[in-house]
Write a protein that binds this ligand. Structure first.
Ligand SMILES: Cc1cc2nc3c(=O)[nH]c(=O)nc-3n(C[C@H](O)[C@H](O)[C@H](O)COP(=O)(O)OP(=O)(O)OC[C@H]3O[C@@H](n4cnc5c(N)ncnc54)[C@H](O)[C@@H]3O)c2cc1C
Length: 472
């Protein structure tokens, strides 16, 4: 597991806060007593970008209520967030507007700061924060920021695992296959798959002088000199909690009952398309799971959906938390690595450069259409993502390069890219991670293959290609 430094057991927490710190979602990264005379509790919003249904914000509010203090949400816009481009920042800004509105409705402060005023530590001094509560993110850099911060701060700092149904530390390990994970998950779900209690701040944020906040009518990326603006925003998805909730309602009402049939039909819009909202934390998995649980649909179909939303998604989070090489071929299990190396010299009838792949210029019209869907819409259907990854392994010079190319393309164009699900999905496609050995085949060795013939017979591939045609 990536080491979480500064972890302090709840024992050195003042009595009044001990109950909150004992919540299995909470990690006390820096313990001790809140700042004497502190004026507020700050929630540092980063991964869980929502002001409703947010377990991290709820912990901040409960701490504020216990200490008799208001809560201020702080969002510091980072100009060089790893691999983020204009498309991602645009979606992020849409989400910030909803979060600001929802925070105001709950009597919470909401402050957005852009560089050079985006320093969290300076903000904590400015508002005389008593305690800092944040969210969690298992990816490398965000986890490093949290660890570094914990060492530098002088006030208590807790993080809350808000974007999974079952907090990852409950398992404290990764799993090789979904069916190994399933019984552990099933054991924990009754404890965590429950509606949260409604928590409201008892101390509304009403300062004499409001801390300065960036005007969200303006562009948060103005002045970013190094931002990749070549990847343009898309109109297929509007960021934010309000759009996420509308999409969830529509999915539950119209599509859920047919999910088992339509989820493998990329030419239909049969899946929830909630992944960008989950990635940006505009909606939490618990909110989705509870809505699905309460929906009118056959129980086996609901179970199928939950297996994706909780089973596969949380398996991916555990993979990234516990695998330091989650985004490179180094994460391959030895059976996959050895077998891929044995087949390294196999003839590859088709080879493409990175640029050809990026432009969708291969002999395979279905693959090109999938690539175009990703580039134009900022999202690709799951069924095609599997095929897309497998073909990159077949056409790249070697498996390590295939892995790198898939990560670059996925993180660049998908709105839900730069996410544990993406790294796990690519590791599944290219190095057989979270999968078992299959039959020995050229190029793939024991890693599962997918051929266009068998795959494209299962849905209306021609319709999908038409929907994502070059002329579109
Ligand atoms: C090569 C490859 C790359 C992928 N890249 C990403 C990525 O960058 N970001 C991303 O979120 N997902 C990724 N996935 C997983 C999956 O394809 C998407 O989560 C899914 O297509 C999102 O569409 P949806 O929201 O309509 O899913 P639905 O079918 O409606 O499922 C609901 C939710 O369950 C989760 N889920 C569904 N399928 C999977 C899965 N196979 N693994 C993990 N979680 C799943 C997602 O959070 C999804 O939003 C990738 C898969 C592969 C094979």
């Amino acid at each position: 597991m990536q080491k979480v430094t500064g972890e302090i057991r709840p024992s050195n927490i003042p009595e009044a806060l001990a109950r909150l710190a004992a919540n299995p979602r909470v990690l006390v990264r820096r313990g001790g007593a809140p700042r004497p005379g502190g004026k507020c509790v700050v929630y540092w919003m980063q991964r869980a970008l929502r002001a409703v249904d947010n377990p991290a914000l709820d912990v901040a509010i409960e701490a504020g209520n216990t200490l008799g203090l208001p809560v201020i949400i702080f969002f510091g816009v980072i100009p060089n967030y790893p691999n983020a481009n204009l498309r991602h920042y645009h979606f992020l800004q849409q989400g910030l507007r909803d979060a600001a509105e929802d925070a105001a409705a709950r009597g919470l402060g909401f402050v957005v700061r852009c560089a050079p005023d985006n320093n969290l530590e300076a903000f904590l001094e400015e508002v005389q924060a008593a305690l800092l509560v944040g969210d969690e993110n298992p990816c490398r850099e965000p986890e490093r920021w949290r660890s570094v911060l914990a060492k530098r701060l002088k006030i208590p700092y807790w993080t809350v695992d808000a974007d999974v149904v079952v907090p990852s530390r409950v398992f404290n390990r990764s799993f090789v296959l979904l069916h190994h994970f399933r019984p552990h998950l099933q054991r924990e779900l009754p404890r965590f798959l429950v509606a949260p209690s409604k928590i409201e701040s008892l101390h509304a944020f009403k300062p004499r002088k409001k801390p300065a906040s960036f005007d969200l009518a303006q562009d948060i990326t103005a002045g970013f000199t190094k931002l990749d603006r070549s990847v343009q925003p898309v109109d297929t998805f509007t960021g934010g909690t309000h759009a996420a909730m509308a999409r969830l309602r529509s999915f539950v009402r119209h599509d859920l009952a047919r999910y088992d049939e339509t989820r493998n039909r990329p030419e239909t819009a049969g899946t929830s398309r909630l992944s960008p909202y989950l990635h940006f934390g505009n909606i939490g998995p618990l909110t989705i799971a509870l809505a699905v649980e309460q929906a009118k649909a056959p129980s086996e179909i609901k179970a199928k959906f939950m297996e994706q939303l909780i089973g596969w998604r949380e398996l991916a989070v555990l993979f990234v938390r516990h695998e330091p090489h989650y985004d490179s071929w180094e994460c391959a299990a030895s059976w996959a690595r050895n077998s891929l190396l044995e087949h390294a010299g196999d003839p590859r009838p088709y080879r493409y450069s990175f640029d050809q792949l990026e432009r969708g210029e291969t002999h395979d019209e279905l693959w090109n259409a999938a690539q175009r869907q990703m580039v134009r819409d900022g999202w690709m259907h799951n069924y095609l993502r599997m095929y897309w990854g497998k073909k990159i392994l077949e056409w790249a010079p070697d498996p390590a390069t295939a892995f790198d190319w898939a990560v670059i393309l996925n993180d660049r164009y998908e709105l839900d890219g730069r996410d544990p699900n993406g790294y796990a999905g690519i590791a599944w496609a290219i190095v057989g991670k979270l999968d078992r050995p299959w039959f020995n085949r050229p190029v793939f060795g024991l890693v599962r293959t997918m051929t266009a013939n068998s795959f494209a017979r299962k849905f209306d591939a021609a319709a999908y290609i038409r929907q994502h045609s070059p002329a579109d």
